[in-house]
Design a protein around this ligand. Structure first.
Ligand code: GLA
Length: 731
């Protein structure tokens, strides 16, 4: 791993373990993108260098010398608006003159060990020996904007990160209209596909792959959160890339607010990918001397297909994004009372659930929505974060003591960013909710959104949470967010800054989360947004696990978890066994299938466990034991997706292989059975030369046979049934 600068050719080469990324300062000072892909030798860099200028009508940079240079047709490293590059712009700034044209040229650079923090924002982190960073300082000489492009290359993964800082060196304010975190140009994208994850409430992270078309394909969010609808992830891959072979470029944004990811194929067959804050609804007034930092984009290249890409994201996020004691600590098996009781519970009911759960091996009770203020339905009390002692007689202290006495931890639900219209908080501080004067405030789930850009709002919320956490032994907080932002105005900001509120909201949220974790470093946070409405890397920096979806049906979860696994590791995916018929879609599946599917994430239960039969309780007891037995391989192993649930919609299978390839855990689910007499499930990721025992059947075969011939499944498995297999190397 290294970052090199060749001063004769002005070429930068950024190598990770198995990737090279190459850019060059061309003769006029513009940054050109030359290459991104598998590792190439330094000696041949000159071969990559080129500029093109096609036709006479194309705007070109008029300079002395033989080279005509047109930004419209070259691969620009960070594209600017209005000066001859007519494709999507990464940067557009209105300076004191009032025009939006922007043009940056190279000034200087530095290369150093390690990775800088992005002030006030979540990002991947690295020790000095784990990464190297390149900063390239550029300047727009007319507006006075100094633009620094940051690149960090990780030594252990084919991953790099980018973000951008804009400093106003002029003596008057400037307005940033667009500032993307990354811009990636491809020379030839005519045989490329674009992949993204779309969805909605209860059906998040559906995988979609289409050909890259001429023009722009884009996904994004304007909802204030990264959203159920589109994940801040995009991948570009060759048409022939499969799960384990072929070129794949994945980009994921470490941001939990409005984002935009776009892929644009130009009419010469090249492509540009942009990822960053959604410019729609954003502008930022940068006063003289001020700096603006974008969020970080994580970029992964793999020539081992989608699986190769995912495994890099997973390792990077597990090791260099998640923080704190829970990063490498086994997560407790939890039972959440939401689907067991909804709002209808008291301390006795919760205790009964905890008692039965503890007898079966469950390790933590999570008390969900409904414990505070006058909260007996979704109609009231968000914001009134004091315990409802009519419901919980004896208060929280007593309940947690009782639960702790069972040997269980205790967790609690909050939705701090919200306020119910019917709440003491809203009656006292209506101005704390986001709103535009004179305009109707849209309401959703009977609630408004608090203005997280305000310090007083954040102080209030911190104090409320602190009081609760200080008065009882609470190990875990589920942090929910159940509506999108509308009428996004802040009572404290000047009119010219109102377009900043979406981003200021996100920065305010980060500030509160950071303060909370500083005060309670051992707290286990779980992110949630009506399920997976904010399943993004920014959350993983604060919360090592995120509730993946409100849809807990095991078969629906196959699609949802499969899509989520594109970037996010199993240790991040909240996944629970719930009751049947399933509350969201009414389907019946066996307890075994529900357990096998939930085991692919941070495992837990969400049902009235007191109502299970003795036979079912035995299954739960076994599942809890299995969770401990297979924890390491599932949570720290490499994921191999074996059969996609989207392919023929009859089966789904995946496996985890330990890093040293001594162990594998395989899950196979039948979605719709058919008339096959036998079925061979081919494994992946094993060492072909080692022999592995299939603990289920007792057979010992080479990794090569298990991978090329497969596990022979002869059992006639019915719809929605599952099987798991544990393999251990015997030599
Ligand atoms: C959201 C969450 C659920 C539950 C409810 C409580 O929908 O996703 O898990 O916590 O809120 O109101």
């Amino acid at each position: 791993m290294s970052i090199q600068y060749y001063s004769d050719s002005k070429i930068f080469k950024l190598d990770s373990q198995n990737t090279s990324y190459v850019l060059q300062v061309e003769s006029h000072g513009y940054l050109l993108h030359l290459y991104y892909g598998a590792l190439i030798p330094d000696a041949e860099l000159g071969y990559l260098s080129y500029t093109c200028y096609h036709q006479h009508h194309m705007p070109r940079v008029e300079m002395e010398g033989p080279v005509y240079f047109s930004k419209d047709v070259n691969r620009m490293e960070y594209s600017c608006n209005g000066c001859g590059d007519f494709r999507g712009s990464a940067l557009s700034i209105v300076g004191s003159i009032g025009t939006a044209d922007t043009d940056i040229q190279y000034v200087s650079h530095k290369i150093y060990e390690g990775k800088p923090k992005i002030e006030g924002q979540p990002a991947t982190y690295a020790e000095e020996n784990e990464a190297q960073t390149l900063e390239i300082l550029c300047k727009d000489h007319v507006s006075g904007a100094e633009v620094t492009l940051f690149y960090t290359v990780f030594s252990n993964y084919g991953a790099m990160t980018r973000h951008v800082a804009v400093r106003n060196t002029s003596d008057s304010a400037m307005n940033i209209q667009r500032v993307f975190s990354t811009c990636l140009d491809f020379h030839d994208a005519r045989d490329m596909d674009v992949i993204h994850l779309y969805g909605n409430w209860g059906r998040e992270q559906r995988f979609e792959r289409t050909s890259l078309l001429h023009g722009t394909q884009s996904v994004g969010s304007k909802r204030g959160g990264s959203s159920h609808m589109h994940n801040p992830f995009i991948a570009i891959c060759s048409h022939d890339a499969t799960e384990e072979f072929g070129d794949v470029y994945g980009i994921n944004l470490v941001y939990t607010g409005n984002f935009m990811a776009s892929a644009e194929m130009d009419c010469d067959g090249g492509a540009r990918v942009l990822m960053g804050i959604n410019p729609d609804g954003f502008s930022w007034c940068l006063e003289a001397g001020e700096v603006f930092y974008t969020p970080e984009a994580v970029m992964v290249y793999s020539n081992e297909g989608l699986g190769g890409m995912s495994r890099i994201f997973h390792r990077l996020y597990r090791n260099n994004l998640c923080r704190g004691p829970w990063k490498n600590k086994k997560r407790p098996i939890l039972i959440n009372n939401w689907e067991a009781t909804y709002f209808d519970f008291n301390e006795e009911k919760l205790y009964d659930i905890a008692k039965t759960a503890s007898e079966l091996g469950i390790e933590m009770l999570v008390m969900d929505d409904g414990w505070f203020g006058s909260r007996n339905s979704s109609e009231s009390a968000l914001g009134d974060w004091f315990v409802n002692e009519e419901k919980l007689k004896g208060g929280l202290g007593k309940l947690t003591e009782h639960v702790n006495a069972l040997g269980m931890k205790f967790g609690i639900w909050f939705e701090p960013e919200m306020v119910s219209r019917d709440s003491e908080l809203f009656r006292t501080h209506p101005e704390w909710a986001l709103q535009t004067p004179g305009r109707h405030m849209s309401i959703a789930r009977h609630q408004y959104v608090l203005d997280m850009s305000r310090q007083d709002v954040r102080d209030y919320l911190f104090d409320c949470i602190k009081k609760v956490l200080d008065n009882a032994n609470i190990a875990y907080v589920k942090w929910d967010f159940n509506r999108s932002l509308t009428e996004v105005g802040s009572a404290l900001l000047e009119n010219k800054r109102q377009q900043e509120v979406f981003h200021r909201y996100v920065l305010g949220l980060y500030d509160l989360l950071e303060k909370l974790l500083n005060a309670y470093p051992d707290l286990l946070l779980e992110g949630c947004a009506s399920g997976g409405g904010r399943f993004d890397p920014a959350w993983l920096y604060y919360a090592p696990q995120i509730w993946t979806s409100d849809d807990t049906d095991a078969i629906e979860r196959l699609d949802i978890q499969y899509g989520t696994s594109m970037c996010y590791p199993s240790s991040a995916m909240g996944s629970h066994v719930s009751a049947c018929p399933n509350h969201q879609i009414g389907r019946n599946t066996s307890l075994q299938t529900r357990g096998d599917v939930a085991m692919a994430g941070t495992f837990g239960y969400e049902l009235d466990i007191t109502k299970l039969s003795d036979e079912e309780k035995e299954i739960v007891r076994k599942q809890c034991a299995d969770y401990h037995k297979y924890y390491d391989v599932i949570h720290y192993g490499d994921l191999y997706r074996l059969i996609s649930p989207w392919k023929d919609r009859t089966r789904c299978a995946w496996s985890y292989v330990s890093e040293d390839k001594s162990e594998a855990f395989v899950t196979y689910v039948v979605i719709r059975c058919d008339i096959h007499e036998r079925y061979y499930l081919r494994l992946a990721g094993l060492d072909p030369n080692r022999r592995y025992l299939n603990e289920t059947t007792g057979q010992i075969l080479s990794g090569s046979t298990w991978m090329n011939a497969g596990i022979c499944i002869q059992e006639r498995l019915q719809d929605f049934t599952s099987r798991t297999f544990h393999f251990v190397a015997v030599d």
